[in-house]
Design a protein around this ligand. Structure first.
Ligand code: MSP
Length: 522
């Protein structure tokens, strides 16, 4: 599948994060993946919109602010700023930061609500059930642990609720959703998540309440201002609000004009039902086309347990980024954990992987060959004739690598994308060992030596280009050391073989990745 030839825009989202606390590595994980994919799509020449933001209403936030003795809005402002700061530190290129307390959002929610109301899909009823405030979700009794705690938030008891609420007729959409899943087998990924959703839907969909009688921190329900809108109904619409151009009048028409339907929602597996069932049903009710794809990734665990604010076992990403810099963190999480599966964070492993892959394999390949070029080629990329370049084993691998890596990114197989690029790097190191270009120069076999050196430098360039969505700073530095000025171009031609210009001047080389030491956690 070649997305680049099919479309010109690509909009993707991370979840809008709750602001009950500053981000932890779990929230950073989705955002790093989203940024890597966004950067890949930009390299492919797409116009990209990366949406992230914060989900600021609801009982969880209201209670957190109360505990801290702050107004909910002041609390949200502070935490939302923390998220924005972390995204900057991690070099996330955010196009839209959507906050659900922003004024345009209120207008979008009101207009959307009216559409669903007019479709006859909202009615008054009575909600009784167990509510997990941390999930902001009613749970079936059978889903809870024996002590009535939620299995995701084992420290928190679910609370019994019995109140008048307004309901959304999810049950109306059972067949339409099933037909949609059938017609769009790629809508929910990976396959295991798709099966989870299909099984859940097959059990029969129940209407769900979309208002709250006792939560004041929320948007007023248009048809009964005594109640507020359920935080999830409000939050999902934050994706639409994000599509407004700055300064646009906040109407659905304006928001949906350019980027709708969103191509991809990246989420964690715990919020799959909201995105793969509730959200498409709400959109069908409002008469809107459905998003392209929902991908539910796994959990980052620490000692086997989901890392989370409610469990208090978080790894602080601000500390990590200060200690190890953004590329290292991005690389570890995207390379080490198959996207879609759970993965454990271990600092020793972290240091080991980075040193092996980025310092030893990639950094070393570049250093050793750039030094030879300084010494034997007058500080220039060897003067080979590109048109008549011999086909060597690196070129054989290099010519097909771009499309293989593209396929991996398109399937969100970041680990595979890294592995493929790294294979070329490893092959490059072996190639240098075998052909010993320094010896060839000494023996006066200059043409052959030039060929060898060119192939290796070109391999390093190609690997850097293909890894740039994941390690943007290191890749940029490699390009600079290969004699390029300016930023790595958003031009997929650079994924081909033979792009490095023969005779290009090379600056003095220096290590692109300094070896790491395990440091004690503060
Ligand atoms: N506010 C909702 C999302 C609304 S989207 C319209 C929410 N927020 S959250 O902050 O609790 O979680 C946001 C995302 O972070 C979810 O996708 C969740 O799966 C992810 N993660 C939270 N903890 C995580 C890990 N330990 N590991 C990986 N992802 C984790 O849900």
């Amino acid at each position: 599948m070649n997305l680049a030839s099919k479309q010109t825009t690509f909009a993707l989202t991370t979840p809008l994060y709750y602001v009950n606390d500053l981000p932890h590595v779990g929230s950073a994980y989705t955002t790093m993946a989203a940024d890597a994919l966004a950067r890949f799509q930009r390299l492919r020449g797409q116009e990209v919109l990366l949406i992230t933001g914060t989900d600021e209403h609801g009982q969880k936030i209201q209670r957190t602010a109360e505990k801290l003795g702050r107004s909910p809005q002041a609390h949200c402002d502070e935490i939302a700023a923390g998220f924005q700061q972390l995204w900057q530190l991690l070099d996330i290129q955010v196009d839209r930061f959507s906050r659900t307390t922003a004024a345009p959002h209120k207008a979008i929610v009101a207009e959307f609500f009216q559409r669903v109301w007019q479709a006859g899909d909202i009615y008054e009823g009575r909600q009784q059930g167990w509510y997990c405030v941390s999930c902001e979700e009613y749970k079936e009794e059978r889903e809870l642990l024996s002590n009535k705690h939620c299995p995701i938030h084992v420290n928190t008891a679910a609370e019994w609720r019995d109140e008048p609420n307004y309901f959304f007729r999810l049950s109306n959409y059972q067949q339409k959703l099933e037909a949609f899943y059938q017609a769009n087998p790629d809508f929910i990924q990976p396959e295991t998540r798709r099966n989870e959703v299909l099984n859940f839907v097959a059990q029969g969909l129940q209407d769900f309440s979309i208002s709250r009688a006792q939560v004041s921190w929320g948007l007023p329900l248009p048809v009964n201002p005594e109640q507020t809108i359920y935080v999830w109904f409000d939050a999902l619409l934050g994706y639409i609000t994000a599509l407004l151009e700055p300064g646009d009048k906040p109407t659905l028409d304006n928001a949906l004009r350019k980027w709708w339907p969103i191509n991809l929602h990246l989420i964690g597996k715990d919020i799959l039902r909201f995105h793969a069932i509730y959200w498409p049903a709400m959109l069908l009710s409002a008469g809107l086309p459905l998003p392209g794809r929902v991908f539910g990734h796994g959990f980052l665990t620490k000692d086997g347990q989901k890392m989370g604010k409610s469990l208090g076992n978080i790894i602080n990403p601000f500390e990590l980024v200060e200690r190890y810099k953004p590329d290292a963190i991005r690389y570890y999480f995207l390379k080490e954990i198959e996207f879609g599966r759970d993965g454990d964070f271990n600092e020793e492993r972290f240091v080991q992987i980075l040193n092996a892959n980025l310092a030893n394999d990639l950094g070393n390949l570049l250093q050793r060959t750039l030094k030879i070029a300084q010494k034997s080629c007058g500080g220039k990329v060897p003067a080979v004739d590109l048109a008549s370049l011999e086909v060597d084993s690196l070129k054989v691998s290099g010519v097909t690598l771009g499309e293989q890596v593209a396929t991996a990114y398109e399937h969100l197989a970041f680990d595979k994308a890294c592995e493929l690029a790294l294979n070329l790097v490893r092959q490059g190191n072996k190639f240098v060992d075998e052909h010993k270009p320094w010896a060839l120069y000494k023996e006066g076999k200059t043409d052959l030596a030039n060929q060898v050196l060119y192939s290796v430098l070109e391999s390093a360039r190609l690997a850097a280009f293909l890894l740039s969505p994941i390690i943007p700073n290191i890749s940029q530095e490699i390009y600079r050391q290969l004699g390029y000025s300016g930023t790595i171009p958003n031009n997929w031609e650079h994924a081909s073989w033979g792009i490095l210009q023969a005779g290009q001047s090379l600056p003095e080389p220096s290590p692109v990745f300094a070896r790491l030491e395990v440091q004690a956690t503060g």
